[in-house]
Design a protein around this ligand. Structure first.
Ligand code: ADP
Ligand code: F6P
Length: 327
């Protein structure tokens, strides 16, 4: 942890970075109001690290975050900004924050955004990270902001697809997001009661998959649902393989960015609010270089350097359980 002596927090800034996620606005709102209640000025930086390099600071009052908790996306907007990762980019960002007298920065984003926060912390800017990504790929926390809402959107799609697939005895492949992480596929697949969940963490065996499909039809199932994480590969190639091996009709639905939008679920509003409060409390206690998270229903903070070292372990037990109950 970076300790800052003789440190009185007068101004903080907040940014959202990388892929937006439902619940980010709840976090911005809570962080803003917690700071204002403690007589700390708050600046929203628009468009993540890009806005930091382009000096896009906006003073936030309490009313600026009214009517936002229920909205998806991010009112501060987001961006991906490779220039920030260069030494010149970081130096410019640090100079800008120092010129404006910003004593601490709340960074809401995924692991890439946290590497940026780590870099700023190393350069003397106290940063606190809030995990905001639908992918749930940050190992130090049980859940990231946006994951629950994204899974609920996938569930909605599974339910609708089930109706039409069952009417025609078809097989559906539903391609979901998550980058290299299979959590969206795993959790929404369990919730949707699908027959097959494909994740990048478990090697795909097409022959075995086709056998499971055949057995399902033999048992009297009217449809087969396959939730496929994007990290697994091409849904079109898989559909073609299934068609040629089984002779069954296969339809593909790629959900895409629809999973990233929408009004946040109760869970994402609760987590966003709790994370926002916890992040500002860290800064008020002169704790920089931290991340906030949730473990066993407890909100906690920890060192950002340590958090980024933790490797995500795939929940094999859950995956195997899903396989058993779908048969
Ligand atoms: P996410 O935060 O959702 O993982 P990205 O990986 O796109 O999204 O990262 C968001 C931004 O964070 C990048 O555009 C870049 O500005 C910054 N960033 C990413 N990786 C690093 C890094 N290794 N060092 C410093 N900044 C980084
Ligand atoms: O990290 C969130 C995420 O939605 C991933 O699931 C996906 O792979 C990626 O971002 C898509 O990024 P973009 O919106 O830049 O296409």
């Amino acid at each position: 942890m970076m300790a800052y002596t003789n440190f009185i927090m007068k101004k903080i800034a907040i940014l959202t970075s990388g892929g937006d996620a439902p619940g980010m606005n709840a976090a911005v709102r809570a962080a803003t109001r917690t700071a204002l209640c403690n007589k700390i000025e708050v600046f929203g930086i628009e468009r993540g690290y890009r806005g930091l390099l382009e000096n896009r600071f906006k003073k936030l009052k309490s009313a600026d975050v009214s009517d936002t908790i229920q909205r998806g996306g991010t009112i501060l907007q987001s961006a991906r900004c490779p220039e920030f990762q260069t030494d010149e980019g970081t130096a410019k960002a640090v100079a800008t924050l120092n010129e404006k007298g910003i004593g601490g920065l709340v960074v809401i984003g995924g692991d890439g955004s946290f590497y940026g926060a780590e870099r700023l912390t190393k350069n003397g800017i106290p940063c606190v990270g809030i995990p905001g990504t639908i992918d749930n790929d940050l190992a130090y926390t049980d859940f990231t902001l946006g994951f629950d809402t994204a899974c609920n959107t996938v569930l909605w799609a599974i339910n609708n697809l089930r109706d039409t697939m069952s009417s025609h005895s078809r097989i559906a492949i539903i391609k979901v997001m998550g980058r290299d992480c299979g959590d969206i596929a795993l959790y929404s697949g369990i919730g949707g009661g699908v027959e097959i969940i494909l994740v990048p963490e478990v090697k795909l065996n097409v022959q075995r998959l086709c056998k499971t499909l055949e057995n399902g039809y033999k048992k009297g199932k009217k449809s087969m649902m396959i939730v496929m994480a994007e990290g697994v590969g091409s849904s079109h190639e898989l559909a073609q393989d299934i068609r040629s091996i089984t002779g069954h009709d296969v339809k593909i639905t790629v959900l895409g960015h629809i999973q990233r939008g929408g009004s946040p679920s109760m869970m994402d509003r609760y987590l966003g609010t709790s994370f926002g409060v916890a992040a500002v409390r860290c800064l008020m206690n002169a704790k920089g270089g931290r991340v906030v998270g949730v473990k066993n229903n407890e909100i906690f903070d920890m060192d950002i350097f340590e958090a980024l070292k933790i490797k995500k372990v795939f929940n094999k037990g859950l995956y195997e359980m899903a396989g058993i109950v779908s048969k």
